[in-house]
Design a protein. Structure first.
Length: 225
């Protein structure tokens, strides 16, 4: 499991210091990188120690998107993207690449730390069991999902969404209820995010994506028939 070391990647030294100070107050260990190339080097050297990455988009040498792509090839470590742009298309692009959370600058350091804590809490939650639902196998301890024996790649948010739907097998869940339980208190947005993630999870489940049903006028439910 991940520990409580946070990697901050931002070319603005004042921003790194501000976030670092708040994290240290909460007893987190902090590593810093001023550009994308340095971030990849530090991550490679400390991969087993880093529990979450705060990754700026616009940086010299190698931008945040490029860093994200390379890290996602080898790791599922939670990543929060930091950006000065708050456009919806940027957010959707980030989620497509495997971002777990997305925060637009300027932001409150206290809110950022709260989001870090929420993500790490979900990531570290120990549930020593493996459950199977219609050839979908969820290993809660290892945070892995297999479909017909083959492991599929899910972002932290996609994993939490699928797990929540499965835990409520056969129950129709409203979009608001899904937002409250999967995105938690730290999300500010609308239900289109739910629809986007449902679409991606269905695609990754392949034929088993049919188990996630759209309930007209309500939201979604997971049911194996």
């Amino acid at each position: 499991m991940y520990d409580t070391t946070v990697l901050i990647v931002d070319d603005e030294s004042r921003m790194r210091k501000l976030v670092k100070d708040f994290l240290i107050q909460k007893s987190y260990s902090v590593l810093e990188a001023a550009d994308g190339e340095e971030a990849l080097k530090i991550f490679e050297e400390n991969q087993n120690k880093i529990g979450i990455i705060l990754l700026d988009v616009m940086m010299p040498k190698l931008d945040g998107w490029s860093v994200l792509r390379q890290i996602r090839q080898i790791s599922k470590v939670p990543i929060i993207m930091l950006t000065a742009r708050g456009e919806e298309q940027d957010e959707l692009f980030g989620f497509e690449l495997g971002v777990d959370e997305y925060i637009s600058k300027p932001f409150s350091p206290k809110i950022l730390v709260a989001r870090v804590e929420a993500i790490l809490k979900r990531t570290k939650k120990a549930e020593n069991n493996v459950q199977e639902y219609g050839e979908i196998v969820i290993d809660s301890d290892g945070r892995t999902v297999k479909v017909e024996g083959k492991e599929i790649e899910l972002s932290l948010r996609e994993y939490e969404l699928l797990k929540y739907l499965i835990e409520n097998n056969g129950i129709a869940l409203s979009r608001d209820k899904i937002l409250n339980n999967v995105w938690n208190y730290d999300y500010y947005g609308d239900s289109r995010t739910i629809d986007s993630h449902i679409k991606k999870v269905r695609h990754k489940l392949g034929k088993k994506g049919k188990y996630i049903e759209t309930v007209r006028g309500i939201g979604y439910k997971f049911e194996v028939k």
